[in-house]
Design a protein around this ligand. Structure first.
Ligand code: SF4
Length: 490
């Protein structure tokens, strides 16, 4: 009898995409996706970044214990960053777990499940370095119209608040030809938008000796037939170069959107975070981006209350936020993460101080975001219609999607048979702090192949790309294949 599976994903886009690979692997091994949360195999793809991630994991595992006892043959697997970090502690604390696997050996999941069943014993297998680049594994894509494409995994930086380098290892770059082949395969299946993924996309190519590789990759994406939108995350201010800005501005399908993590506006704090740019450099990049792309929506990540942050340091962050005019900021209250250098720094701040600063920052950014969104009232925006982005769509009879600059747009479809994956043009009627509303008539509606695929219930990219080939490292000698969150969110 076919066994069913379900995957519960926590954390960043890397994990979301890794889960697509896990699903692809399980389906290739004969498992069937479960329509409900209950299944013969429950996989937790964990995150080590969020506060109390381990407590939450053990709570969830505890809830599953009686479910497993009542369901003979059920298996539980735990993967992702927390599994990489805690290893056999997981089966010690939750001995009813069957499989623990890490971030470097996602491919081993079906074999470990099989072995655990055969041996009637928990299997813990954590690799210290990447064995198979996840992108060479089969995928079960979640979306018919937008796809993630990994260009690298790991990170060579040593930001003191971040657990990524110790859990995901040194940066491994995928060959440009393999990346481009995956992008082309997705576009051929009707996908309209790809997001290139890496902890630091701007250092892409350093491993194989081509510092200009990321800009070339963006330009090559511009030649992919049918591909309408290219995004990427995350860049790093230290490595962000003018050739990338030029490639963004000159490649029509690269979206006018940039997520540039600031983390702090204080140079002292940046130094202690071991982030090697300074606030003047950060603001200089933003000026350069806006000179080439005046309408670019720039978002950021900011950590409030890093150890030793003074009121003066915090004011420096507020000053940069005032000047930067971010469209959106993901703001985080610092809390120590075991295993990171910053966790043992002196001068950890009291929670009340962090909370008060956080509220001031959020209030300032909300006002800036709102001003910018209000300035878009009356403008026509192109929206790629999506699913699951408008929580109130059912009640408001609206649909939702993203504008080219990444802004969330809720619009009224009226009588038109618009599907997720289609493209519409609408006029912004109201700019709220976190979204745009367009309740007037839809100006244009383009039915797309992505919409057809979505409607049919199938999904693109089931096949592995580059299976059996070394998926990363130096590209071959011939021309580099037509040359195409972080950190706290990671
Ligand atoms: S915050 Fe980003 S750049 Fe810094 S170490 Fe973590 S993943 Fe690397």
């Amino acid at each position: 009898m076919t066994r069913s599976y379900t995957i519960r994903t926590y954390g960043c886009q890397m994990n979301v995409h890794d889960s697509e690979r896990m699903a692809g692997l399980l389906e290739a091994a004969g498992y069937e996706r479960s329509a409900s949360d209950e299944a013969d195999v429950v996989v937790f793809n964990t995150c080590a970044v969020r506060e109390n991630a381990d407590n939450r994991l053990y709570g969830n595992l505890g809830h599953l214990r009686p479910v497993k006892a009542a369901r003979p043959g059920m298996q539980i697997a735990v993967g992702g960053c927390l599994a990489q970090k805690d290893r056999d502690t997981i089966v010690r604390k939750a001995p009813w777990v069957d499989v623990v696997f890490g971030t470097h050996n996602v491919h081993a999941l079906p074999v470990l499940l099989e072995r655990a069943r055969h041996n009637q014993a928990a299997q813990v297998e954590i690799a210290e370095s990447l064995e198979v680049f996840p992108s060479t594994l089969p995928a079960r894509r979640e979306s018919a119209y937008a796809g993630w494409v990994s260009i690298s995994v790991g990170c060579n930086n040593t930001c003191t608040f971040c657990i990524v380098p110790s859990l995901r290892g040194k940066e491994k770059d995928r060959r440009p030809g393999d990346v481009l082949a995956e992008v082309q395969a997705l576009a051929a299946d009707g996908v309209l938008e790809v997001t290139l993924l890496g902890q630091n996309v701007n250092s892409y190519g350093v491993e194989f000796g081509d510092r200009g590789a990321f800009a070339k990759l963006l330009r090559a994406c511009g030649d992919v037939e049918g591909l309408e939108r290219v995004r990427f995350t995350s860049p790093h201010p230290r490595d962000f170069t003018s050739d990338v800005i030029a490639a963004m501005a000159e490649t029509p399908n690269v979206c006018p959107q940039l997520h540039m993590p600031l983390q702090s506006g204080s140079d002292d704090v940046l130094r202690r975070m071991r982030r090697s740019y300074r606030s003047s450099r950060f603001l200089g990049i933003l000026d350069e981006v806006r000179a080439s792309m005046p309408d670019a929506a720039i978002s950021t990540d900011i950590i409030v209350g890093f150890p030793g942050e003074t009121e003066e340091d915090f004011q420096a962050t507020l000053d940069v936020v005032e000047k930067a005019r971010f469209a959106q900021a993901f703001t985080f209250q610092y809390s120590p993460r075991p295993g990171t250098p910053a966790a043992s720094l002196p001068d950890q701040l009291p929670k009340a101080v962090v909370q008060e600063r956080y509220e001031r920052l959020v209030a300032l950014q909300e006002e800036i975001s709102w001003q910018q969104n209000r300035a878009l009232e009356g403008r026509v925006v192109e929206v790629l219609v999506s699913t699951g982005e408008g929580r109130k769509d059912g009640a408001t009879h609206r649909m939702s999607g993203r504008a080219r600059d990444g802004r969330l747009v809720h619009f009224t479809p009226g009588d038109l048979a618009i599907r997720p994956g289609d493209i519409v043009e609408v006029t912004v009627g109201y700019g709220a702090p976190h979204h745009l509303v367009a309740d007037g008539p839809v100006r244009s509606h383009r039915r797309t192949r992505a919409g057809d695929v979505h409607e049919s219930g199938t999904r693109p990219g089931g096949a592995a790309t580059g299976l059996g080939l070394p998926g990363f490292g130096a590209p071959p000698a011939q021309p580099a294949a037509a040359a195409p969150a972080c950190g706290v969110q990671a």
